[in-house]
Design a protein around this ligand. Structure first.
Ligand code: 5AD
Ligand code: SF4
Length: 502
């Protein structure tokens, strides 16, 4: 029988098998990345990943509240989890993220079996809150604001990445815009940029372990750094602050407030080993020539632009407080296309914004056709409590009208995507392999530099993280089909990036 140093038998010690967590993520890439950070916090606390809810001791729902159906999904899922908890009382259930930030105590009122609720600014407290809940019952902890200098800033947390060859990197949290439909500023707070050198250092670390693709994340990436330079303008030592702002700003003639996104893109693209840099999302009103120039000149920056249009009608854009007209948007897009050869362009569009008329919608269809999108995420307007647009119920568009517009828009978007994709038939594209296709195990799936999904058959395995040349043989609205020409590089990443604190 094994004895411990204290002389007690090991059998007498309490069960020390690590607790298992399972995180279900709703919503955008920012949320998916927050889940990676959550996983990092849990693993630093000694927990291990479960394979699903059935073998988990802790289930976390990382929530989204951008549209109303996100609420419905959350409460539906919590209903299922209740019956699981009735059978396994030791199970802990937690709700984090944007909907938690918005609904707070409402969650535990509607679902009293939830053990812990945390918001968007205190992911770092997640493991501690679970411990408090285990000791003394359910807890809710929501902070009003991100603390710029504290560990609460998501980039300062440990991270357990889902994929080792590609990584998301938060460069900015929050949003200072006030789009009339959008709840993000209310749940993510004001814009805070992460220091320049911290972003580059994270990319350096990732590249050193073989990550080849990075995606920079922010709600409005083109304004990255404006808060940093604004804060330093009155600092007598502003030239010494290149770790915060990058060297280009520190070499300026005078300390101006200005965005640093183009410089950050260039710095990240210059990291040895990084072959692909993407970013999401820019705001059309802030898309600058400098950013287009960086994309054109730096080979690692992918020819991909996600430029949310939202509507093609000027009165609707004004009502949305978007800060541009359709003509100005198209000018910006023309500038990007003129500067960057073979640019893939996608967008977001909302139909049925309050007050949208048939003529407004017809204008959206025209602009969509003119923009020649490679794809679009389309949404029916969903009123979000507390936002400007939600205060005008008398202007709401009837649901059947909105649904019909949505279907018509989808047809126009798919036609444009199919045309863009069919035009690629016969080209050989560089594909970064993601693995076997989920739908058809005989196919390998990867993405082109423009971010397009490509499926191609292969009888031998091509590992995730490898680069391949693929001849495009068919275009469909949402993907390309091709034939493998050759595998040009095998993965460099370690199979699992250890939990790292950056
Ligand atoms: N209703 C419908 N769509 C919305 N989006 C944001 N808020 C709403 C809303 N209230 C869409 C926008 C945004 C994308 C992430 O979600 O198109 O760009
Ligand atoms: Fe929302 Fe507008 Fe900010 Fe995007 S830019 S997060 S749509 S408020």
């Amino acid at each position: 029988m094994a004895m411990s140093a204290s002389g007690r038998t090991l059998e007498a010690l309490p069960d020390r098998s690590p607790r298992r967590y399972f995180i279900r993520t709703f919503g955008c890439q920012m949320n998916a990345h927050d889940s990676e950070r959550l996983a990092g916090v849990f693993e630093a606390d000694g927990m291990v990943a479960a394979s699903g809810v059935d073998d988990a001791d802790v289930v976390v729902l990382n929530t989204c509240c951008i549209r109303e159906n996100a609420d419905n999904k959350l409460y539906g899922t919590l209903g299922h989890l209740k019956s699981l908890k009735d059978r396994r009382p030791g199970l802990q259930i937690a709700v984090g993220g944007c909907l938690a930030q918005k609904d707070r105590e409402v969650i535990r009122r509607r679902a009293p079996w939830v053990d812990a609720v945390w918001g968007t600014h205190n992911v770092d407290r997640s493991a501690a809150l679970l411990a408090v809940a285990a000791q003394s019952g359910p807890v809710t902890e929501i902070l009003e604001e991100a603390q710029a200098d504290a560990a609460a800033f998501p980039s300062a947390l440990p991270v357990r990445r889902e994929q080792a060859w590609a990584a998301w990197i938060t460069i900015q949290v929050g949003c200072d815009n006030k789009c009339a439909f959008c709840i993000v500023p209310a749940v993510r707070g004001r814009e805070i940029s992460r220091p320049f050198a911290a972003v580059v250092a994270e990319v350096d670390q990732l590249a050193a372990v073989g990550t080849v693709e990075v995606t920079l994340l922010g709600q409005n990436v083109n304004s990255y750094g404006r808060d940093l330079t604004t804060a330093l303008r009155s600092d007598p030592d502003w030239r010494d602050r290149s770790a915060t702002t990058g060297t280009a700003w520190a070499a300026d003639e005078r300390p101006r407030a200005r965005p640093l996104f183009a410089e950050l893109l260039r710095a990240v693209a210059g990291v040895e080993g990084v072959r692909r840099v993407r970013y999401t999302s820019p705001h059309p009103k802030d898309l600058r020539r400098e950013t287009v120039a960086a994309m054109a000149e730096e080979p690692a920056i992918c020819e991909q632009l996600h430029l949310p249009l939202q509507s093609g009608s000027d009165p609707v854009l004004a009502g949305m407080h978007r800060g541009y007209t359709a003509a100005r948007y198209l000018e910006k897009l023309a500038m990007a296309r003129a500067g960057i050869a073979d640019l893939g362009v996608t967008t977001d569009i909302i139909v049925g914004f309050p007050g949208e008329t048939d003529a407004d919608f017809a204008r959206t269809l025209e602009v969509v056709a003119e923009a020649r999108y490679d794809g679009a995420y389309t949404f029916i307007y969903s009123p979000r409590p507390g936002t400007d647009a939600a205060r005008q119920p008398e202007r709401f568009v009837a649901p059947d009208v909105a649904a019909e517009r949505f279907e018509r828009l989808k047809v126009v978007v798919e036609r444009s995507a199919l045309a863009a994709h069919s035009a690629r038939v016969g080209r050989v594209e560089e594909v970064l392999v993601e693995g076997r296709s989920k739908r058809d195990a005989a196919m390998i799936t990867g993405r082109t530099r423009q971010g397009k999904l490509v499926h191609f058959p292969s009888d031998r395995p091509v590992p995730a993280g490898a680069f391949a040349q693929v001849l495009v043989t068919r275009g469909a609205p949402h993907f390309l089909v091709g034939e493998l020409v050759e595998v040009t590089a095998m993965p460099r990443h370690r199979t699992r990036i250890p939990v790292a604190t950056v």
